[in-house]
Design a protein. Structure first.
Length: 63
């Protein structure tokens, strides 16, 4: 096994463990969900603010 392949399998193992932990722990799942919702709301507000300013830094927003 090469160095890269070993590290890739180690990383995949860690990702699988974390995914299992999140999936089986309702508290962690709720926190992840709330953080995700907060990020979506923040991004939506940021895009709306950019549109109000007439900023063209986002594609299809403002102009």
């Amino acid at each position: 096994m090469t160095y890269v392949a070993e590290h890739r399998t180690w990383l995949l193992d860690r990702i699988a463990l974390v995914t299992m932990f999140i999936g089986t722990n309702p508290a962690v799942l709720a926190i992840v969900g709330l953080v995700g919702i907060a990020i979506v709301i923040w991004l939506r507000n940021w895009r709306m603010a950019a549109a109000c300013r007439g900023s063209s830094d986002l594609v299809g927003v403002g102009g």
